[in-house]
Write a protein that binds this ligand. Sequence first.
Ligand SMILES: Cc1cc2nc3c(=O)[nH]c(=O)nc-3n(C[C@H](O)[C@H](O)[C@H](O)COP(=O)(O)OP(=O)(O)OC[C@H]3O[C@@H](n4cnc5c(N)ncnc54)[C@H](O)[C@@H]3O)c2cc1C
Length: 422
Amino acid sequence: MNNTRRSFLQASAATLASLAMSRPVLASPGKASPHVVVVGAGWGGATCAKYLRLWDPGIRVTLIEPNAHFTSCPMSNWVVGGFQDYNYLIKSYDHLPKHGIKMVRDWVTGVDGEKQLVHTRGGHKIHYDRLVMAPGMEFMTERVEGYAEGAQAQKVMHAFRAGPETLLLRKQLEAMPDGGVFVIASPPPPGRCVSGPYERACVAAHYFKQHKPKSKIIMLDGHIGVVSKGPMFKAAWKELYPGMIEHRPNNLAVGFDHRTMTVSTEFEDVQGDVVNIIPLQRAPQICKDAGLRNDALDRWCRVDFVTYESTSVPKVHVIGDPIMSNMPKSAHVSNNQAKICAAAIIELFHGRQPNPVPVIGSTSYSVTSDKTSGAIAVVMRYDPVNKVYVRQPQGGANPLHSELDFAYGLAWHENMWADALG
Ligand SMILES: Cc1cc2nc3c(=O)[nH]c(=O)nc-3n(C[C@H](O)[C@H](O)[C@H](O)COP(=O)(O)OP(=O)(O)OC[C@H]3O[C@@H](n4cnc5c(N)ncnc54)[C@H](O)[C@@H]3O)c2cc1C
């Protein structure tokens, strides 16, 4: 028997055993249909809620999100670079109720895994049969001494959660004098969109080249090299912005003094006119309080990769940025995980076995100017024996940026928004 078949049978046996222990929750005459509550209407949560309803209209779905509209992180660097309007990032949630999703505009304050209840700031107590947590990530700002004071004084920001900070960073770059220094400090993986800081260096350099050609960008990188699309970014920097971007690897920011605008790493102090520090990240506090943030370093949530059910709290699934895995933390991956999770929940409600070997696809585009992008495409298949997603042959990063990839990237964004929110 080959390995794939053996893995499949072993995984099937394990899932069937767990199914035998949990009875199907199906609507029957006189019984309410099963209820899934989804926390967070970002890339993961909105997709999961929508696909649960599309694939099984018999399931009731409640989606809880505090914001009135969706604001996209993908493409937010275009706004930082000044070649996209901020309003373009803002998308409506209006289509989601048309799929029969009940949207609740509120902030989830707690999860009671035993009673299967979600508590909200607005005083709601909502019962679930299955809960999907998709609250994104939070920043470990305490790991950069002085960050909180600097952020309060609006002298530093991460701009890694699209919103007001995206615009503030853009305004700071506009106000920076020609000959100024823009410092970008990024953490090592795992974290949200590891290519985002390098893309940000490109868009800032693109702007400086036209309007402030004496300016410079210093990248303090917590990783040992350019984590993602390395050859492509380095070639683009050399070709389009020679001498403008200085990349200093192995240089994690650990402090910031907003009075002198100085970033400290373990090796040096660097002064900037505009400072953008992206701190280390972890699953949000709500995940910790619910007992979901359960890895050894108290950073991420461990899940069963077939169902995305938490390894510590039954009937609670976690998708997107907060999970511990070797998958990229990206919108595309959150969207894929959301569909795998939705399909698995439907199978579990029906007492059937979820797909034991799910496949994740991730394509990521990074702009290098207002006309060119670089791309990477990866397919990963779950290996149920080793319990890890394994990268499949083919695909990978294109070492060259191009106008064609820019066009593909634009289409990717439009398709992804339509898939999650349309
Ligand atoms: C500059 C930048 C560029 C990027 N570019 C790309 C790209 O080109 N391609 C790509 O694939 N990815 C990209 N990403 C990464 C992508 O944005 C994230 O990986 C993705 O947003 C993660 O999706 P998520 O659903 O886990 O979290 P999010 O999209 O952050 O959604 C979380 C949602 O949960 C809500 N929420 C949080 N806490 C609560 C609570 N207690 N109660 C109720 N709701 C709550 C939030 O309001 C939010 O709406 C980029 C990121 C950045 C910063």
